[in-house]
Design a protein around this ligand. Structure first.
Ligand code: ZN
Length: 262
């Protein structure tokens, strides 16, 4: 009996086995013949039953029970340890890689991909009591992500333009929600849409524009090895889409913010 079994609803002795989690196909047979179910397969079964998407850039926090993230981190560390061994790295003798598996697991679940496993930071919105309707931009906000194809970094900046609606959020909150959205494996084209959806949900602006300019390490570090190429993309919604002047004003403001950086 491993620690994983203890938390697995399907192996609980309390008789409250969830139909969601039942089924031997999820189990794996251990050397002593008992069926141990990995925590990832327990959570995956829950996601499948709920019909919840769990693509690389989806958030699955709602489907994790108390304590499961710690167990998942341990399981990921076990798998990374196997990966290192498979790469013929002598982790038993090489003190540099001795705890690499634990570090990588922690980095994925708690840092660079935390936007998949943790809930959105609490972001309060307030009524737009002064009925502000002038556009403003926030940026540059650091973009730190990883490409879904190679899991290597995407690093860059993003700018957000808002024409306020009925609700407003604090400026720093844009950076918080962007960090949460980008801390997942992504492709840049989808990242900008997901960020736009979250911001619309938080403050229901009359207009929203987002510009992202980022460098992809799968192009810099490997593949074509082009160190200077960056990818720029944007999304414009609401009044920014309807009014070409407003859209032009957003890109002009971004240019000014970029020039402040020198
Ligand atoms: Zn890539």
């Amino acid at each position: 009996m491993t620690a994983l079994d203890d938390l697995s609803p399907a192996t609980s002795s309390a008789g409250s086995t969830s139909p969601v989690l039942a089924g031997s196909s999820l189990g794996r047979i251990t050397s002593n013949g008992s069926t141990a179910r990995s925590i990832s397969s327990v959570i995956r079964a829950r996601l499948e039953t709920a019909g919840a998407p769990y693509l690389a850039n989806d958030n699955v926090a709602d489907y994790l029970l108390e304590g499961e993230l710690d167990l998942l981190q341990k399981e990921v560390a076990d798998r990374v340890r196997e990966l290192l061994r498979t790469l013929l790295i002598d982790i038993d003798r090489d003190h540099n890689t001795e705890e690499t598996a634990e570090r990588v697991a922690k980095m994925y679940l708690q840092e660079v991909f935390k936007g998949r496993y943790h809930r959105q930071p609490k972001i309060a919105s307030f009524p737009n009591v002064k009925q502000l309707d002038e556009i403003y931009t926030v940026g540059p906000i650091s973009v730190r992500s990883a490409c879904s194809h190679h899991l290597v970094p995407i690093l860059g900046n993003c700018w957000i333009g808002i024409k306020p609606g009925d609700r407003v959020i604090g400026l720093s909150k844009f950076a918080r929600v962007a960090d949460w959205v980008f801390s997942r494996p992504h492709i840049q084209e989808e990242a900008v849409m997901i960020l736009a959806d979250e911001i619309e949900r938080l403050c229901e602006p009359q207009g929203l524009a987002i510009l992202i300019k980022a460098q992809h390490y799968c192009m810099k570090w490997r593949g074509v090895k082009e160190p200077q190429t960056s990818m720029v993309n944007s999304v414009v919604r609401g009044d920014f889409r309807l009014d070409p002047n407003l859209k032009a004003e957003f890109f002009e403001l971004v240019k000014q913010q970029e020039s402040v950086l020198g």
